[in-house]
Design a protein around this ligand. Structure first.
Ligand SMILES: NC(=O)c1ccc[n+]([C@@H]2O[C@H](COP(=O)([O-])OP(=O)(O)OC[C@H]3O[C@@H](n4cnc5c(N)ncnc54)[C@H](O)[C@@H]3O)[C@@H](O)[C@H]2O)c1
Ligand SMILES: [Zn+2]
Length: 306
């Protein structure tokens, strides 16, 4: 704190001396994000186009584990090691077992207070001619089930399949997705792998194709769908307020969304359980479980029509 104050005083002296650009560049001092909810609410009340970027922390409030948390293991594997194209080509039975487990978990989960507050905010602001778009990295469809309408799923959905032979993408909420996965997918480290023959894994029924299906999600190491990315770019260019909720912002290119908005001078407000990092591009930072912070942040403002 003391160092920050000293730097600020030094800067002011230098600016007075006319060396502003050089000194600002040399020190590249960025003010610490603010945690003033009343100030955030003033900005929120004036915003016409709000982009809400969400990550696994939002669904942690629905009981779905994040991948990088200590609990982010399935059997003896780190979940992020199963969500790769290499893992699928090495052992598609194992990866399907994991996704079967994950789909069943997501089907049983209920949208959290965060999902509901975001959906309610979108519906309310729409009546006022204001827009809210959810840009989510989650693949569990909980935003949709909460009632959000304008959603961009940048990492796909575990309730869609893609055929490896014909490329057909299909919506699929079946439980289980195929007979061979019935009762499989137990996460216990001692549970034996099911070793399901590839012919009994989910197959394509498009015009007798019978190709192997995979979950229509973006795995680690894969690139985002360019159509979805174009839509995201448009939203990021149009928004006048951006919220970053429950995401570590380390998976690219999603990690660049908030810095891109901040570089236009648009306020970014971050909501995360972990402490603020020194490199955060945010204007506001609210630390804590997002089921506590988000409903307060997005509640009707006194200036809104009743
Ligand atoms: N529910 C899902 O659909 C789901 C869950 C896990 C992973 N994934 C996929 O894997 C990718 C990587 O996963 P990841 O787990 O590293 O995601 P991530 O990068 O979004 O990290 C989770 C973040 O949530 C924060 N967090 C945890 N609990 C929170 C809470 N209660 N309130 C506020 N913040 C909280 C953590 O501090 C962390 O920063 C995701 O982008 C997604 O595609 C999806
Ligand atoms: Zn096919």
């Amino acid at each position: 704190m003391l160092i920050r104050e000293l730097v600020r005083r030094f800067l002011i002296r230098q600016v007075d001396c006319g060396n502003r650009v050089t000194v600002l560049r040399a020190l590249s001092v960025k003010p610490q994000p603010k945690s003033d909810l009343a100030e955030f609410r003033e900005v929120f009340s004036k915003a016409k186009h709000i982009a809400i970027i969400t990550g696994a922390g939002v669904s942690a409030e629905s009981g779905l584990p994040t991948f990088r948390a200590a609990s982010g293991h399935w059997r003896k594997w780190k979940t992020q090691d199963l969500a790769t194209p290499q893992a699928f080509s090495r052992n598609s039975s194992l990866v399907w077992e994991f996704y079967h487990y994950w789909r069943e978990l997501a089907l049983k989960a209920k949208p959290s207070a965060v999902h509901l507050a975001i959906a309610e905010c979108e519906a309310r602001l729409r009546q006022q001619g204001r827009a809210v778009v959810v840009i989510t990295q989650n693949t569990d469809e909980l935003h949709r089930r909460a009632g959000s309408k304008h959603i961009l799923e940048v990492h796909g959905s575990v309730f869609r399949t893609r055929c490896l032979s014909c490329g057909d993408v299909d919506v699929n909420h079946n439980s289980p997705i195929c007979a061979a996965l019935e009762g499989k997918g137990d996460s216990d480290p001692n549970c034996p792998d099911a070793d399901i023959p590839v012919g009994n894994l989910p197959r394509c029924d498009e015009g007798g194709c019978d190709g192997l299906l995979r979950p229509d999600v973006i795995w680690f190491g894969e690139t985002l769908d360019s159509h979805v990315l174009t839509k995201v770019e448009k939203e990021l260019d149009a928004c006048d307020l951006c919220l970053l909720v429950g995401t570590a912002s380390v998976v690219f290119p999603a990690a660049m969304f908030a810095p891109q908005v901040a570089s236009r001078g648009v306020p970014v407000a971050e909501f995360n359980i972990r402490p603020c990092s020194s490199t955060s591009p945010s204007t506001f930072y609210f630390q804590g479980p997002c089921a506590e912070t988000i409903p307060l942040a997005l509640a009707p403002h006194q200036s809104e029509p009743m």
